[in-house]
Write a protein that binds this ligand. Sequence first.
Ligand code: GDP
Length: 295
Amino acid sequence: MFDNLSDKLDKALHVLKGHGQITEINVAETLKEVRRALLDADVNFKIAKEFTNRVKEQAMGQNVLTNLQPGQLMVKIVKDELTQLMGGEAEGINLSGNPSVILMSGLQGSGKTTFSGKLANYLKKKKSKNPLLVAGDVYRPAAIDQLHIVGEQIGVEVYSDKENNDPVAIAKAGVAHAKKNGNNVVIIDTAGRLAVDEQMMTEIANIHKTVNPQETLFVVDSMTGQDAVNTAKAFNDVLNFDGVILTKLDGDTRGGAAISIKSVVNKPIKFIGTGEKMDAIDVFYPNRMADRILG
Ligand code: GDP
């Protein structure tokens, strides 16, 4: 994960290793390389610039107060700032409803259906919940079948209605079904298009208004780089979602989405998807991710 970024940051921070003290000149040199590494990883220009400015301020300010070597001090500052940038503390999901309704949003192919299954599996195994999956993609019959296959794999019931082509009605009926059935979590998978469009946004906004979810999650493919951030913005404007799910972090992603998304939409990344299997889900911990990036 993020090998390229890790290598480049490691090299950038090495610049300071041989130096006895932090000076404006060697900090500037280091930060130029750090910024380049971030931009190469698809981090938005403004975010990379603000990031290096904050690191510079800290480095110059802390220099006299610490007995860490300059190289170590810089690694620590960059790590702390990266953690902050990616969200500071880890955030859980709100399961206070009865049932707790979780609405999935995102583009087609982002990994919504797969993640719906992973989350149901996670909540069943780790939180002893009894989830229901609801198939809200009425446009692609294959999507409904896919959710049923996922449900079977993990032993979780799936509510669907192929006769009904109104996703708002299906979502509502799914929640009613859960209440009758004793499911304490309802995960609603929804349709996605290949690009943000008005009809899709109106539809998901209507589902949102009708089922009033405890959690609205935005699922995004981390391989899409800066586009991930733009799509997140568009969905957040309409849904004011609660958290982000970054999928496909097992692939050859450069990491820019993980680093930028929190500061653009100001919503935490809650989980990551790291494979196609149902157990390839991890809670997102910004500090652990920063540790991983900086080796
Ligand atoms: P949806 O259209 O948003 O419901 O997306 P799907 O759940 O159907 O996922 C699209 C494709 O991405 C499928 O082939 C999934 O197996 C794959 N996929 C989903 N999540 C991950 C992940 O975390 N890692 C990898 N490698 N593939 C994933």
